[in-house]
Write a protein of this length. Sequence first.
Length: 448
Amino acid sequence: MFRRVLVANRGEIALRIVRSLRELGIESVVVYGREDRLSLPVRLADEGFFIPREDPLASFLDIEAIVSAAKEVGADAVHPGYGFLSENATFAERLAEEGITFIGPSPESLRLLGDKIAARASMSRAGIPVARGTEEPVSDPDMALEIASEIGFPIMIKAASGGGGIGMQVVHEESEFSSALRLCQGRADSAFGDSRVFIEEYVDSAEHIEFQVIGDGKNAIHLGERFCSIQRRHQKIIEEGPWLSDEERKEIGSKVIAGAEAIGYRGLATFEFLRNKKGEFYFMEVNPRVQVEHTVTEMLTGFDLVSMGIIVCSGEPLPISQDEVNLKGHAIQARINAESPTSLEPSPGKLWECHWPNGHGIRVDTHGFTGYEMPGVFDSLLAKIIAWAPSRDEAIIRLDSALEETIIIGVDTLIPLHRAILGEVDFMERNITTDYLEKHKGLLSGGD
């Protein structure tokens, strides 16, 4: 097992990793920039390492600076969390060159999964269903339009690298295609340094369902699914589980295990799918890292996923078998983003008062506290509030009660929007697809 781990991240996930390291008896060192010098992860870790940069993001994106930090503090491993360098194959390679373990998949796996075109092909060979689309990047507008017409509009243009809403463009009709292609190529080049894009069938009014997987490089297991269809700008704001029948879970679960084992996957991963109106599943992508919503699965299974990810990356075999995975009750997570609940614009600032809920079945993962200055240069996630209960209806009530108890003065948050969703009829009756907020625009204006 590792002796000392450098945490190359910030915010709630850095604190979450520090907690697991402490329970495993591993020393933690958290890197930080000027904005995070008084943050909880830095204060509660065994040590902090200052990486001063004019650009706050550079403290977490400068590969050589982080590698040097790991060497200087004597870390034998680096945990990247999510975002920043968590999916960067070059970073993983540089650490390996210095004899330092990257707590995550191999550089080869990162490169394969980071290329969505190659990942689609690899998962298809493993028996995972994929939506109709191009097997190669498209660049010539005329040829691309011909392919799109064969698939049938609406279609999705996707960046081959990177992820999130910036790498996706839905095209509803032929007349919009050429300009959308240029826009998507330009965004992909500026955001990910790779202008390659591909075309995929657009699965309209779909359910977004993801499977939690962990592998040790040889064997893999899944820990059930999470339902993530309530999103804004292709980013999730509410996640819950379980969602599928036992038969569906067994069928898709066996496929994601085969996919992970086919590439010798090591560490935590999330296999993401869209399910159409007919109940058919289509592979989207693999996120080769810990997910923001790993907490939902931890509440359902009782397992510490972050600790298990560290264990397998230390060279140990999987600490549990598939037979030991049992989903109990229902869990729902609300992402407490510092954003306006109506315009969804970021709302950074100082937390003049901050009270988090507590009680049976409630979990709060946060780096926020009274007096904390929420920076405007990073992601707006301030906290995650998760409710567990024996049934979904009870979990909804418990989460709503927890959100009502939460007091945050100084910044706007999505809590009013979350509470409106929890009380909306379609949500309560499980009539939810990825265009939920578009179909319920009143929720963003304070109405029904």
